[in-house]
Design a protein around this ligand. Structure first.
Ligand SMILES: Nc1ncnc2c1ncn2[C@@H]1O[C@H](COP(=O)(O)OP(=O)(O)O)[C@@H](O)[C@H]1O
Ligand SMILES: O=C(OP(=O)(O)O)[C@H](O)COP(=O)(O)O
Length: 408
């Protein structure tokens, strides 16, 4: 299957046309400052080419997971401001997504100007499971483009979401695949076709139920699955251990038990941490200690202890697996790397990736941010992908709505 490309759109001509671009500007923030602008930088080439072609560019994007209504802490303002600093063309931000501000500013746009629409997730219809609701929102987005609009999907990190701004708009406008999506897919295609073995997948992060769902199809594909981050506690609970106040998805325990039971026959092996860094509370300066993974509740903090990182023995075991691999895919920090005291596991995994002879891919907004904030550089890895969940779902061979909707 192929999609129409950005080059085709540019060849058709975009001068004076409103082009709606879906970008992934879901960047980590500290208050109102962007702590890693990787996704913004990755979004610029497509926007720049459209600006150079004289398009009137409308950028749609989400930030975080607001609950379908405006919430100031999820405003795209910090991301739009950072974009404006990085480029030489004018960038404005609408106060709403499809309301009076967006309509007025979209109509006023001159050729080569860019308007970022406010967070699409401020409208509950964006993520609705009801297709008619999503379509109604998509129609309002599309209406901003006038009568000769076009749509470019460049938000690789969101192609696994069947959301109005990713999927439904593409059913309404002439649609094209952005260069970022194209480049990401090219790398991942190589990884799905015939990964060199041993093929090690490292999983962590906090979107536990999303990631657990993905593991299902990686069993049998990956040789070894290293389990860190928030999801490790559901694995420990599945083995019958108490996890005190750590992140736990109780309803997923039977799912994990099923994975563990199926893995061996399918030729995959889970490596679950044997030690954990437990903290008294979720804070950078919390008291903490290393305990055995099967004795979390026996730490000094008892039932209120929270596991915030894998322990040093586990980090060393993970590093050894990575050293012996030929292909490594990593999504999700091993711990709360934003706090120095709980960044050891993530740092050890990142270091191991830079030292192995394997082809390495790091995927995900926070994973990419982690390697950069811990002082590693992009060129120390085979590929840094802007999408975590999106890459994982691509690797499991799932149909990704944001890609298939563009198929001709
Ligand atoms: N044990 C843990 N408890 C709570 N949060 C965790 C834990 N380990 C990692 N995290 C958090 O996971 C977040 C990243 O998760 P996620 O969004 O799933 O990753 P990515 O964006 O790379 O896909 C980080 O902000 C990190 O602090
Ligand atoms: O951050 C993202 O995904 P990731 O954490 O899997 O890399 C994307 O912007 C998608 O966000 P979502 O997982 O809230 O839909």
């Amino acid at each position: 299957m192929t999609s129409h490309t950005l080059n085709e759109l540019l060849a058709e001509g975009v001068r004076g046309r409103h082009v709606l671009v879906r970008s992934d500007l879901n960047v980590p923030l500290d208050g109102s400052s962007v702590t890693d602008d990787g996704r913004i930088r990755a979004s610029i080439p497509v926007i720049q080419q459209l600006v150079d072609g004289g398009a009137r560019v409308l950028v749609s994007a989400h930030l975080g997971r607001p609950k379908g209504a405006p919430e100031p802490k999820y405003s795209l303002k910090p991301a739009a401001d950072r974009l404006a600093e990085l480029v030489s063309f004018p960038v404005r931000l609408a106060e709403d997504t499809v309301g009076t501000s967006a309509k007025g500013l979209a109509a006023e746009l001159a050729d080569g100007e860019v308007l970022v629409l406010e967070n699409v997730r401020f409208d509950a219809r964006e993520t609705s499971k009801d297709g008619a609701e999503r379509l109604a929102f998509a129609q309002e987005l599309v209406a901003l483009t006038g009568d000769n609009g076009a749509y470019v999907d460049d938000a690789f990190g969101a192609v696994h979401r069947k959301h109005a701004s990713v999927y439904d708009v593409a059913t309404l406008l002439p649609s094209y695949q952005g260069d970022l999506v194209r480049a990401e897919v090219e790398v991942l295609q190589k990884l799905t076709a015939s990964p060199e073995r041993p093929y090690v997948v490292v999983l962590g992060g906090s979107k536990v139920s999303d990631k657990l769902a993905v593991i299902d199809n990686l069993i049998g594909k990956a040789d070894t699955l290293l389990v860190g981050g928030g999801m490790l506690f559901t694995f420990l609970a599945a083995a019958g251990h108490k996890v005190a106040s750590s992140l736990l998805e109780e309803d997923q325990i039977p799912v994990v038990q099923d994975y563990l039971a199926r893995a061996e026959a399918a030729g995959s092996r889970f490596v679950v941490p044997t030690d954990v860094v437990v903290a008294s509370r979720f804070a950078a300066d919390a008291e903490h200690e290393v305990v055995a993974a099967d004795a979390i509740e026996e730490s000094a903090f008892g039932a209120s202890g929270i596991g915030l990182d894998i322990g040093p023995d586990s980090a060393a075991a993970f590093a050894a697996q990575i050293a012996g691999a030929r292909t490594v895919f990593w999504n999700g920090p091993m711990g709360v790397f934003e706090f120095e005291a709980f960044s050891g596991g993530t740092r050890a995994v990142a270091q191991a990736l830079t030292e192995t002879a394997a082809f390495t891919v790091v995927g995900g907004g926070d994973s990419a941010a982690a390697v950069r904030t811990l002082g590693f550089s992009d060129d120390q890895f085979g590929h840094i992908s802007t999408g975590g969940g999106a890459s994982l779902e691509y690797l499991e061979g799932k149909d990704l709505p944001g890609l298939s909707v563009l198929d001709r």
